[in-house]
Each structure stands twice: as structure tokens, then as C-alpha cells.
Write a protein that binds this ligand. Structure first.
Ligand code: GDP
Ligand code: CO
Length: 399
């Protein structure tokens, strides 16, 4: 990869947010190019050799719920061979068992590609048992199983990646039509981590565009309706906290994102559609300095958030419709609204916005999303003992 330097950055406490970086070349060469050694160079080169080293330590978590198998296969084929895929499925088991179909597709694919993988059903007793054994019951419902929802699938994936000893976790949706875009997202993740100066880093992808058909023609939309709103409020918030107006945050709803395991272990996660926006809430609260620092050791190291714009357009399955737009707007703004450090003026502004979209009635306030505390205190040894890996993947006997 050859990527433009961030032209700007904003600091809040120990958080360093970089402005969006642009990709110049998807393949930036195999080895270090000395041309790029000057710190004054405006483009950074991330040689393939460096990206490959990072990818060997990266798990890619793919949440899936009743997607077309052809799409899942495309996503798998876009993931670099060095990365370890972890599939968290919440697909239906009856009348037809879509999960069994996914398992068999994955097994055939990974057998052919000579690749290890893990797949779990989100509602499987084995997964719940791992959380229970590790002393983390927050994710479990009345039936004693992991709750439904994409965020819950993501958290389960993080636990598995941790047990597998991975240093990085990346998230890619399973309904992507372009395997080439998937490959690019992973390379953006590794390019972000290759630039990081601390162990606590996050990489968020800003889609180049989302193609739509408008008036019988292709139209490449830049921002989704939800992202536009989320980013506006995140920036307003960061501006109010720091005292300086900003427009640096452009990835408030980035489903395609990645974290170093060290950071993933410290984050609290919110349920539902607010999970990606909540990452920012959590960073501002935990590492901003306005509240007592829950992890003082991180304060001196710092947290870096990279935002990188992809070159491929993002085309996912939009046959699901726009039903959850209102839910997404409410979820994203609700986590900001309910933060302890959200100023009253911003709260008022959020209420106005939600009323204007007819999401809230007068006098109503946004529902508070469920919050899952960080996985840090889990007993991973006990959780790992409960895992019968051979039943859930392909390791040829070893991990
Ligand atoms: P959108 O892209 O934001 O409109 O949301 P999608 O409906 O495409 O969901 C994003 C990803 O999460 C897709 O890959 C879904 O298959 C997956 N997904 C949705 N709900 C669940 C769930 O309850 N559990 C898991 N594991 N995955 C889910
Ligand atoms: Co989607």
C-alpha cells in the first residue's frame, strides 16, 4: 500500500484521532522503498512484507445471519491467506438448517485453500459455556445462551480471537458483493497497524462510495444518511470537549474496522446498531481524561485511531431494505446522549434531531442501549478449556 499521510489530527486526552488517509496504490511494493524514508514525504509506503507479518497475527471476524452463501464464499475468497477467519453465525437452524450449509461451505473452501478457520453458532451451548466458564455472563440471556445481535456476535468473535492468541481483530460483514473490496479492507487494516506507534490502536474504513441506481443510472453516493448524522454529532461532541470545532471524524458507523487485541480487551461494547459509534464514546470516556482513568497504564502509551478511505466502492446486500435506518440513527445518537460526558447543549441538539426525524415524540428520550463491560477481567484459561476446537473448525489437530 502507498497511503497519504494524515493531514491533520485531533488529540483528546490520550486519544489521537487522525484525519482520513487516502490510498495512492493498493500494492505498494514488496520491500521497503528508500525513496520513502524521509519523514517529510507526504505519502507513506507500507511494503507487502510488513503487511504480511501483521496479517499473520490477525483474525477476521465475519458476522453472518441468513446471508446468501455465494456472498459468504466471495468474502472468504477476499481474505488474505495469512489471516484467520472466525465466522460467528446467527443463521436459522430450521426448517432448513442454514448454519449447516455455512459449515459445509466453509469446510470445503478452507480445505481447498489449506486454511484454518473457526465457526460457531451464536446460540450454541458451547459458545455460552465458554463465556460462563470465563466468568463473563453479561452476554447471556434467560436461556443461558449468547443473545441475538451483530454486536454480540462480534464480542464472541473477539473472545475466540483472544483464545487463539491473535494480536489484531478485524471485522468484515458477510454480505459484501466484491471480494476485491474485502481484500482491500483487510489491507487497510494492516496498513493502519503498520503505522501505529502504540499497542492500542484502531483502524476504521471510510467507504469510497456506495453505488446506487438513480434515474436508471449508476450514482456513487459518498455518505450514507446515517453516517452523515452520526459524524456530525461526533464532531460536535469532540469540538465541545476540546474547545475547538472539528470535522475530523468521518467513520462513526464504520462496520469495517479493526482493533489491536490490547485495545479490544479494554473496550466496553454496546448492543445493536450503536456498537461502532460507541467505540468513540468509549475512547472519549476511558482515555479522554475527563473521567477517572480506568486503565492508567494506557494513558501514557496513548491510543491511535486511523481512518482510511477505501478505493473500492462498497456494495452489500441492500435487498434487506432501509427499515433499520431509524433504528441506526437512534442507536448511534443514543450512545452519545447517554454518555456521562455528553454536554447538555449537545443532548438538546440530539433530542431535536431525533424529533425532527420522527424517531422520538416530545418529552421522550432515546432508549439506552445495553452495555457490555470489557472482556479484560475474564478467565481466558478457563474459557479456553471449555472449547472443543475440532468440533468448530479445521486445525488439523493443532492450533
Ligand atoms: P447493514 O450492512 O448495516 O445494513 O447491516 P446488515 O444487516 O448487512 O448486517 C451486518 C452484518 O451482520 C451482516 O454480515 C449480517 O449477516 C450480520 N448480522 C446481522 N445480525 C446478526 C446477528 O444477530 N448475529 C450475527 N452473528 N451476525 C449478524
Ligand atoms: Co450489510
Amino acid at each position: 500500500m502507498r497511503i497519504g499521510q494524515p493531514t491533520n489530527s485531533e488529540r483528546y486526552g490520550s486519544n489521537l484521532f487522525y484525519s482520513v488517509q487516502k490510498v495512492y496504490e493498493l500494492d505498494g511494493g514488496l520491500e521497503v522503498d528508500k525513496e520513502f524514508s524521509s519523514p517529510f514525504h507526504v505519502i507513506r509506503q507500507m511494503p507487502m512484507s510488513a503487511l504480511s507479518e501483521i496479517e499473520k497475527n490477525m483474525a477476521i471476524i465475519i458476522p453472518i445471519k441468513d446471508e446468501r452463501l455465494r456472498l459468504l464464499e466471495g468474502v472468504l475468497c477476499g481474505i488474505p491467506n495469512a489471516c484467520f477467519p472466525i465466522i460467528l453465525s446467527n443463521s436459522q437452524r430450521s426448517p432448513s438448517d442454514r448454519f449447516v450449509m455455512e459449515c459445509s461451505l466453509l469446510d470445503n473452501f478452507c480445505h481447498a485453500a489449506k486454511k484454518k478457520y473457526v465457526i460457531f453458532h451464536q446460540r450454541s451451548p458451547e459458545l455460552a459455556q465458554m463465556f460462563r466458564a470465563g466468568g463473563y455472563e453479561h452476554l447471556l440471556d434467560d436461556e443461558g445462551l449468547v443473545r441475538n445481535g451483530k454486536a454480540e456476535g462480534m464480542i464472541s468473535g473477539i473472545l475466540i480471537a483472544k483464545l487463539l492468541g491473535k494480536k489484531y481483530v478485524g471485522f468484515i460483514d458477510s454480505d459484501n458483493y466484491f471480494p476485491g473490496a474485502v481484500l482491500e479492507y483487510v489491507r487497510l487494516f494492516s496498513s493502519g497497524f503498520a503505522q501505529a506507534k502504540t499497542d492500542y490502536s484502531m483502524v476504521r474504513v471510510q467507504w469510497n462510495s456506495k453505488p446506487k441506481v438513480v434515474d436508471n443510472d449508476l450514482f456513487f453516493a459518498r455518505f450514507g444518511r446515517v453516517s452523515r448524522i452520526t459524524n456530525q454529532f461526533l464532531n460536535q461532541w469532540l469540538g465541545l470537549l476540546s474547545g475547538f470545532e472539528t470535522d475530523i471524524l468521518l467513520t462513526g458507523n464504520a462496520g469495517e474496522h479493526a482493533m489491536s487485541m490490547d485495545l479490544a480487551m479494554l473496550m466496553d461494547y454496546s448492543a445493536g446498531f450503536s456498537v461502532e459509534t460507541h467505540h468513540f464514546v468509549n475512547l472519549l470516556e476511558n482515555f479522554g481524561g475527563a473521567l477517572p482513568a480506568p486503565f492508567p497504564e494506557v494513558m501514557s502509551h496513548g491510543v491511535e485511531v486511523f481512518q482510511i478511505q477505501s478505493r473500492n466502492p462498497h456494495l452489500h446486500d441492500f435487498s434487506k431494505g432501509d427499515d433499520h435506518l431509524a433504528e441506526m440513527i437512534e442507536g448511534s445518537l443514543s450512545v452519545i446522549y447517554h454518555s456521562e460526558i455528553c454536554p447538555q447543549s449537545l443532548k438538546n441538539h440530539i433530542l431535536e434531531e431525533l424529533r425532527q426525524h420522527k424517531i422520538l415524540k416530545k418529552k421522550e428520550i432515546p432508549a439506552k442501549p445495553r452495555l457490555y463491560p470489557s472482556l479484560k477481567g475474564m478467565d481466558f484459561r478457563a474459557a479456553g478449556k471449555k472449547a472443543d476446537w475440532n468440533k468448530h473448525g479445521n486445525f488439523e489437530g493443532t492450533l
